[in-house]
Design a protein around this ligand. Structure first.
Ligand code: SF4
Length: 218
């Protein structure tokens, strides 16, 4: 684990939820726009006991626990253990993944939690990024899987639309959200949010803000 902290969920279907974020180390991709570079090396983390994490969560009493990275599914066994423990104690759990590894199967504790998949093969294709097809199936069958795509232009949103069509992803399960740059001023951030929200609306997608960036939160 790299870090655990409390904040608001800034993105996706649970935006605004008071959350505890558990960030795990290691990722199978190297996206040029990654904003958590410090989590990519597996050696960036420390071993942690799931009971210790559950205690931190209990202290914060959040409405959502977000397991993120890096790519958390690289530590599937541990994440399954954590999901079993937290879901068993009544917490709503959401996992964030880049979608390159297979979706959880029935019988895995992870199958019961919410998933937000951020494919990295569109609109900016990252080397090695390929959405595992099981996520599309899961988005149709479980009702607990959503997709979010980063975009900053009409070309980006059109590329997302073609991708969603080709893969057969249910459109109502898709969020488009602003692809930000480091060092953007509050005005630039807001302007980008307005543009991407308009594009999402025009193309029939949900829009997700990046609320934590707008509010200056983690
Ligand atoms: S998949 Fe996510 S964590 Fe991994 S490099 Fe890309 S943006 Fe960073």
């Amino acid at each position: 684990m790299v870090e655990v902290f409390a904040s608001l969920q800034g993105e996706g279907p649970f935006t605004g939820s008071r959350s505890v974020f558990i960030r795990l180390a290691g990722c199978d991709l190297r996206c040029p726009f990654c904003d958590t570079v410090y989590s990519l090396d597996p050696r960036a983390g420390r071993p942690v006991d799931v009971e210790e994490l559950a205690r931190v969560v209990e202290e914060e009493r959040p409405s959502l626990v977000v397991v993120t990275g890096g790519e958390p599914l690289l530590q599937r066994r541990g994440v399954n253990e954590l999901a079993r423990l937290l879901a068993g104690r009544g917490y709503r759990v959401q996992l964030e993944t880049n979608g390159t590894l297979p979706a959880p199967e029935p019988g895995e504790p992870l199958y019961q939690v919410y998933h937000v998949v951020s494919p990295k093969d569109v609109p900016v294709a990252v080397e090695g990024a390929r959405l595992h097809p099981s996520w599309v199936e899961a988005s149709r069958s479980t009702g607990r899987v959503w997709f979010k795509f980063l975009a900053s232009s009409e070309e980006h949103v059109e590329a997302v639309a073609r991708y969603v069509e080709e893969k057969g992803i249910p459109w109502e399960r898709v969020y488009v959200m602003p692809l930000t740059r480091e060092g953007m001023s509050p005005e630039e951030l807001l302007g980008l949010h307005r543009r991407v929200a308009r594009l999402a609306l025009d193309h029939g997608f949900n829009f997700s803000p990046r609320l934590h960036l707008l509010l200056g939160l983690r």
